[in-house]
Design a protein around this ligand. Structure first.
Ligand code: GLC
Length: 440
């Protein structure tokens, strides 16, 4: 058994740590301007201007079953969809607002189709719910708000009451967690309690748990869906730590207690979360697979984002990127599911440009070859710990030698306890080949 114990939290994180890989979906009106999901505030767009998207939102090619199938084939085991993003637009049929998809040309509850399709493919289902809302009339203007530069921004705030907005969030979370069956994850986003404006705008503040009334909101969610996993972005620690758009280099720990946390890094294919037509910074196939391996090698999960188009399909670039995962996971998922960071006493044996993961039961060690070393790979200290080795993708044997029998390698002096793997000279046609080591 793995000796890594993660901090106990109220949500059921066991399945989550086993499954390791999920799909994030950022979809909303911002798919139409197609130049970042923050476009409304980045361009300080007036409400009337943004309304042009609401009036024309018509995802006629939306087929949630197609998304769900691609997610499953990519090896993803759960998904998280933006039920509402910062723009405030609801992708579900809420009775507390008119600003929802059923009132656009879409005319359908898009969240419901997602839930049904993903569940049918056997994936667990989550909702992202934005705490920020740039449409709600009671959400006060703050540092990130599209109206922050209006000359009368301060006066506009006078009639606004965050308590009304906090109640609105509770009402909507109640809908989301009551009307769609079992929901596995609730992803709130995000808090910025210490943010403030500069100079003349220093009166502009941020928002945190007191504004969201996070305690009440979370208690409500837990009552409606016991076991649900909640992230840490409502300014209250919960089940999940969520490093964003960077690769952690160690297992996330609780700041005060030092305990290991359940963590999930969220990453994009190209930089923005919503569909971005002109973005050219798409990650390479190697980078995608490495992100997944690097994450599991440190005991974390990867939530990989897609931004569907305004017409509701995943564009060819997104499909190609998902296919990269599908091709690799088809043969190598055993080094991901149910795997975690290798035991501390094994870690020093990991060669340069390689990553270990280890099965939870401790019996198998997976060696990922990020750069391909031809001929021999030496693992110090493991000579007597490995019974058998094979490439994971085709189950072909890797011949093992011990440092004590090193005479066949000319000119090197290895310690007797070094395990030597004899590799083919040509890299197998796998982006990152994996060697499965059966431990004694
Ligand atoms: C950020 C952004 C947002 C995105 C999220 C995903 O907090 O505000 O647009 O949804 O990260 O983690």
């Amino acid at each position: 058994m793995s000796s890594y114990i993660t901090r106990k939290t109220p949500g059921n994180t066991e399945w989550f740590r086993h499954d390791r890989f999920g799909m994030f979906i950022h979809w909303g009106l911002y798919a139409m301007p197609a130049r970042h999901e923050w476009v409304k505030t980045l361009e300080l767009m007036p409400e009337e201007h943004y309304q042009r998207y609401f009036e024309r939102f018509d995802p006629d090619l939306y087929d949630a079953r197609d998304w769900a199938r691609r997610a499953r084939e990519a090896g993803m085991k759960y998904a998280v969809l933006t039920a509402k993003h910062h723009e405030g637009f609801c992708m579900f049929d809420s009775q507390y607002t008119d600003y929802k998809c059923t009132n656009t040309p879409a005319g359908r509850d898009l969240v419901r189709e997602y839930v049904e399709a993903f569940r049918a493919e056997g994936l667990k289902v989550g909702f992202y719910y934005s705490l920020i809302d740039w449409h709600h009339p009671h959400f006060t203007i703050d540092v990130h708000h599209p109206r922050r530069n209006d000359p009368d921004a301060r006066q506009q705030n006078e009639g606004r009451d965050m308590r009304i907005y906090a109640q609105y969030m509770r009402d909507q979370v109640t809908e989301l967690l009551s009307n769609y069956g079992k929901i596995d994850i609730l992803w709130f986003d995000f808090s910025y309690p210490d943010a403030h404006g500069e100079g003349e705008q220093s009166w502009l503040g941020g928002k945190g748990r007191n504004d969201w009334e996070s305690e009440k909101l979370i208690a409500l969610a837990r009552r409606l869906q016991p076991g649900i996993i909640i992230d840490n972005r409502a300014d209250l620690e919960q089940d999940l730590w969520t490093p964003e758009q960077f690769q952690p280099t160690e297992w996330c720990r609780h700041e005060e207690t030092g305990e290991l946390c359940t963590w999930e890094t969220c990453q994009t294919f190209s930089g923005s979360w919503g569909y971005h037509r002109d973005e050219q910074t798409w990650k390479s196939p190697e980078m995608l697979i490495r992100m997944l391996i690097n994450t599991v090698a440190l005991g974390g999960n990867l939530l990989m984002n897609v931004g569907p188009t305004a017409r509701g399909y995943l564009d060819d670039r997104a499909c190609a990127a998902l296919q990269v995962f599908a091709d690799w996971m088809k043969y190598n998922s055993r080094s991901i599911y149910g795997c975690t960071m290798a035991e501390p006493d094994l870690l020093p044996a990991c060669p340069q440009d390689c990553r270990f993961t280890q099965s939870e039961d401790g019996k198998r060690l997976y060696l990922h070859l990020m750069a391909y070393p031809f001929a021999y790979l030496n693992l110090p200290g493991l000579a007597d710990r490995v019974e058998y080795a094979q490439f994971l993708h085709d189950g072909s044997e890797i011949i093992l030698k011990k440092g004590s029998e090193q005479s066949f390698i000319h000119g090197s002096a290895l310690s007797a306890d070094t395990l030597i793997l004899k590799l083919p000279h040509v890299k197998p046609r796998v982006i990152v080949p994996v060697i499965e080591l059966f431990l004694k």
